[in-house]
Design a protein around this ligand. Structure first.
Ligand code: SF4
Length: 680
């Protein structure tokens, strides 16, 4: 007899619900679930290809020369436990780096960071959040006091003006694009888009700011200046709910539209039109993505956006707000639950003595590391400086996703001991000493946090394939091998969730029972009778004094600009049918060739035709791509998706210059040259 299991799509942060029809222990059908708002995009509909991929890892593997040998779980974990202990004793706990995943459930993230801190004694834990929205977290924490989205996804359909900055919703969150943004446009909402590339949402924009990559701050500061000069500010809001206005006013004075136009190549009139449109409406929302954050000035870019919302009072009310649109299914969980080097679960600082005491007492341990750990963008290259001796990488694929891959791959090859916990044999797993097979979302329970703070429940539909196991179970078994089984006394995801509710007051009211039948609860939710919070900051901001802070920022040019030798700018992003580095994409979709978008004018100068093979070269590496001639990019600018295409991974070209605060690399601006590949 068939059973129907309601669970959550494992791809993007839009968190679409799905029903899995299971017969004889196998998923037979995937359908959208929901009352009236049923939606699954091409990725969600394809999850069976992912769960039943022939490429799945189905047993623990241990390196034997250039190949791997299948071993038992006991054997694999013995090796991992003894090597990690040896390295910790010999070089100290901070010689090991741990990467968690935005694909983990909250329960898995919780147990993982607890293992790293309480057993391994280091804060060297990081996740994919580092290379996406940590700049948003840093800027929002400083200005607002909390780093999550202020309002809900559904409210976007009811807003008057949507400002979309460095974000391509059609490919990143198809649900949000089709169900919220397009619906809003149909109802008459106005759209402002700031992007170096003509995306589908740019085509429907009322104001399109097609900027030179890396020139966001001059445009946003100029918009702030126009809003102030034209008296479009919300004076009462500024007076009652903010601080630092005079400093901001002074800082943006020099950013006239003409000055910003000169730097960004966006016409001054468009900047003025964007500022007026955003400020004149009663309900404006800002959505942003990695086009804002993946810069050496990513934190400043986000601060400049936040300043606009504070100037116009577009926060703390329904249908307005600040929306850092988190990409991966549970990357919001990855940062909120503490898979970061500087925070415990609930964004409590690891340096805060009260937080340290709280977690020591909850976990029953005498000590916890008190200094922030290193970020993945520091501890990975740290192998080559002799500072990192072992890596434990779970659900991440840094051999494709990190910037400056030749350097990162050298580090993965040279590290003394590498454990990879994964669903597939990824490029990173190829470097491993031990590979531990993890199962997929359909084979486990737990919770994810949607991009808009809504917590949703996964239900296991089928048994794990082969000998694969849920990530939490693997960590629990490893802790046991290392003699710390007493700290991980869980029988199921439910037990971990109950501890998580105690650890994080904002989740205290969210029980599995309340999440049944596809129910979603927006945190914070402090007790089981609380409905959750849809609109945040209606009265106060969670900062000392309760006021939000204007943070004035100045323009920092990209780390690398085009020059005579490398005359083109490369910018990167997602494409529709791929998912990040394709670690959980269906194999059929992995095969597509990597391409480079190039403007017709540049193609003509280089003598290129559509589909020609072209070699793109930066100061760090080179790849061969297929030329895609299109007016979507500006002359002088090229675009490539960050999909995995083995030797053509675009991050061979990108640079690892980091934002000084967030330590996020500048993926969005690299200088390259292009050579036509002669056909044989
Ligand atoms: Fe999955 Fe996102 Fe597509 Fe929804 S929009 S089905 S969550 S990939």
């Amino acid at each position: 007899m068939a059973k129907q299991v309601v669970t959550v799509c494992p791809y993007c942060g839009a968190g679409c619900l799905m029903t899995l029809t299971v017969e004889a222990g196998k998923i037979k059908k995937v359908s959208p679930f929901g009352k009236g708002d049923r939606f699954l995009c091409a990725k969600g509909k394809k999850i069976m290809d992912f769960v039943y991929s022939p490429l799945r890892l189905d047993a623990p593997l241990v390196r034997q020369g250039d190949t791997f040998k299948r071993v038992s779980w006991g054997e694999a974990l013995d090796i991992v436990a003894s090597r990690l202990s040896e390295i910790k004793d010999k070089y100290g706990p901070d010689s090991i780096g741990f990467m968690g995943s935005g694909c983990f459930t909250n329960e898995e993230l919780y147990i993982y960071q607890k293992f790293v801190r309480a057993v391994m004694g280091t804060n060297n834990i990081d996740s994919c959040a580092r290379i996406c929205h940590i700049p948003s977290l840093k800027a929002l924490m400083k200005s607002i006091g909390s780093a999550t989205m202020s309002n809900t996804m559904d409210e976007i359909s009811n807003t008057e003006v949507i400002f979309i900055a460095g974000y391509n919703p059609e490919v990143c969150h198809p649900r949000l694009y089709h169900r919220q943004i397009k619906a809003a446009k149909k109802k008459g909402s106005k759209i402002i888009v700031m992007d170096p590339r003509i995306t589908s949402v740019a085509e429907m924009a009322d104001v399109f700011l097609q900027l030179k990559p890396g020139t966001e701050v001059p445009i946003l500061n100029s918009m702030a200046n126009i809003i102030i000069q034209e008296d479009l500010v919300d004076e009462l809001f500024i007076q009652r709910r903010t601080e630092g206005y005079d400093e901001l006013k002074r800082q943006v004075e020099k950013y006239s539209p003409e000055y910003a136009a000169k730097i960004s190549d966006v016409p001054a009139m468009s900047i003025i039109a964007g500022a007026r449109l955003y400020a004149a409406s009663r309900n404006s929302v800002i959505l942003w993505g990695m086009g804002m954050t993946q810069h050496i000035c990513g934190v400043d870019n986000v601060s400049a956006l936040i300043n606009l919302a504070l100037l116009t009072g577009n926060i703390g009310r329904p249908n307005t707000g600040l929306s850092p649109v988190r990409g991966q299914n549970n990357v919001q969980g990855a940062s909120f639950i503490g898979a970061l080097p500087d925070v415990f679960p609930g964004y409590k600082q690891v340096t805060d003595p009260a937080a340290q005491e709280w977690f020591k007492s909850l976990w029953g341990v005498a000590s916890l590391p008190e200094e922030p750990g290193r970020t993945s963008t520091v501890f990975l290259p740290g192998v080559l400086e002799g500072k990192t001796k072992a890596l434990y990488i779970s659900g991440e694929n840094p051999a494709v996703s990190q910037a400056n891959l030749n350097l990162i791959r050298k580090a993965l090859a040279e590290v003394e001991f590498l454990v990879v916990q994964e669903v597939f044999m990824t490029e990173t797993a190829q470097f491993a000493d031990v590979i531990l097979p993890a199962c997929t979302f359909a084979e486990k329970g737990g919770t994810y946090i949607r991009l808009d703070r809504a917590v949703q429940l996964l239900n296991p539909a089928v048994s794990p394939a082969g000998e694969s196991l849920p990530d939490w179970k693997i960590i629990q078994m490893l802790a046991s091998k290392m003699g710390y089984g007493n700290l991980f006394p869980y029988h199921s995801e439910f037990d971990i969730h109950e501890e998580l509710r105690k650890a994080v007051p904002d989740l205290a009211g969210i029980t599995y029972e309340r999440l049944q039948d596809g129910n979603a609860i927006h945190m914070p939710c402090p007790d089981p009778s609380h409905p959750g919070v849809l609109v945040r900051y209606t009265d106060v901001f969670p900062r000392p004094g309760g006021r939000a802070l204007f943070v004035p920022v100045d323009f920092t040019p990209p780390a690398e600009s085009p020059d005579e030798e490398y005359p083109f700018t490369l910018t990167t992003g997602r494409d529709a049918r791929h998912f990040n580095t394709s670690t959980i994409a269906c194999p059929r979709e992995r095969a597509g060739r990597a391409y480079l978008e190039i403007h017709p004018q540049d193609a003509e100068a280089l003598g290129l035709s559509d589909g020609d093979a072209i070699e793109a070269v930066s100061r760090r590496g080179k790849v061969v791509l297929e030329a895609k001639i299109t007016e979507r990019v500006r002359p002088g600018v090229t675009f490539a998706p960050l999909r995995r295409c083995c030797e053509s991974s675009i991050n061979l070209l990108t640079g690892n210059a980091l934002d000084p605060v967030a330590k996020t690399p500048e993926y969005k601006v690299s200088a390259i040259k292009l050579n036509q590949v002669k056909q044989k």
